[in-house]
Design a protein around this ligand. Structure first.
Ligand SMILES: NC(=O)c1ccc[n+]([C@@H]2O[C@H](COP(=O)([O-])OP(=O)(O)OC[C@H]3O[C@@H](n4cnc5c(N)ncnc54)[C@H](O)[C@@H]3O)[C@@H](O)[C@H]2O)c1
Length: 299
């Protein structure tokens, strides 16, 4: 798998997510075949993945035939994913993982009736997959446990952190948490409590740093002091019984305007913001890895 024996990964779809996976696999020593009907595929691969062992294919079946691992990143359309996975089933062999990056579709929604349903699962990254370590591995009820094991092993070998969900649920875990949080952020701006810029500063200086180091459950355990989470729930938690409210979709306008004014809009602002995001994300993941390596066994 990967490395010296030069396994082949087929990357289906060369958009934002597909190109990032292609780089990850190629840098980990895989031969990569990228398939996408976009007419500029060759140019994109040449410019964005220059120097890496990546080949462009217009034809899906040709790209995936005989591949050792498939990561699908096409548009979020169930009918199209059904077609793509029917082709993938026909041209790949037993034991080959057919993973979809889908953020919102369950594997069962496009694997039902597929002869390779036991090899189909979700391998959901966070954007950009090259920098954010998580991959949510979400099997359907039909996915074979050995296939889930294999997907976890491959993602780990790419330096990712695969987390395996016990069962399917719409939005998986990451996006469900994100949705609850983002809804409350929009609600607070709509209520005139805080501006988008200040809300972001508030989060970065508190929950953001906390959650990059310990998660919500460990935080609740520590928040209760030596008596742990139960003490937190009975003490501070007992007064946190207000209702949260929901954002009003009919009143997104002023929120969007404020976000544009604060963070900029258009291609130039996008490029600059992406560069800053990537630099800062890398700074945190690298610093944490270095600190953990240094502290090994000492905490
Ligand atoms: N963008 C994100 O933040 C994000 C994060 C995690 C997961 N995802 C998931 O990744 C997948 C891709 O999202 P994206 O943001 O990269 O979209 P995108 O629009 O940037 O890319 C989709 C690509 O699929 C190509 N395509 C169209 N038909 C195809 C076909 N028949 N075969 C192969 N390729 C085809 C398109 O030409 C396009 O290049 C989606 O399932 C999405 O839910 C996206």
């Amino acid at each position: 798998m990967g490395g010296s024996d030069m396994s082949t990964a087929a990357i289906v779809g060369a958009g934002v997510i597909g190109l990032s996976w292609a780089r990850l696999f190629a840098e980990a020593g895989w031969q990569v075949r990228v398939s996408d009907p976009r007419p500029d595929l060759e140019e994109i691969v040449d410019s964005e993945l220059a120097g890496l062992p990546v080949t462009a294919f217009g034809d899906l079946a040709e790209a995936a035939r005989g591949a050792d691992f498939v990561q699908e990143n096409g548009p979020e359309r169930p009918e199209l994913k059904k077609q793509i996975f029917a082709t993938l089933a026909a041209v790949t062999g037993d034991g080959v993982v057919l993973a979809s990056s889908s953020s919102s579709l369950l594997a069962s929604s496009f694997s039902e009736g597929n002869p390779a349903a036991d090899r189909i699962l979700i391998g959901h990254p966070f954007n950009p997959p090259q920098l954010i370590p998580l991959v949510e591995v979400v099997p359907s009820a039909a996915t074979a446990p050995a296939i889930v094991d294999r997907a976890v092993e491959v993602y780990r070998s790419l330096g990712r952190l695969p987390i395996r969900l016990k069962k399917e649920i719409p939005g998986f875990v990451g996006n469900r948490l994100q949705r609850a949080f983002n809804n409350q952020a929009i609600y607070l701006v709509q209520q005139g409590v805080i501006s988008p810029g200040d809300l972001d500063e508030l989060v970065k200086a508190s929950l953001g740093i906390r959650w990059a180091t310990i998660g919500p459950f460990e935080s609740m355990q520590l928040g209760g002091g030596p008596d742990g989470m139960l003490h937190l729930l009975q003490n501070v938690g007992a007064e946190m019984n207000y209702s949260l409210g929901e954002p009003d979709p009919a009143a997104y306008g002023p929120v969007l305007e404020a976000v544009d004014t604060t963070f900029g809009a258009g291609p130039e602002a996008y490029e600059a913001n992406v560069r800053r995001r990537d630099r800062r994300t890398r700074a945190i993941t690298e610093a944490l890895a270095a600190s953990d390596a240094q502290a090994q066994g000492q905490d």
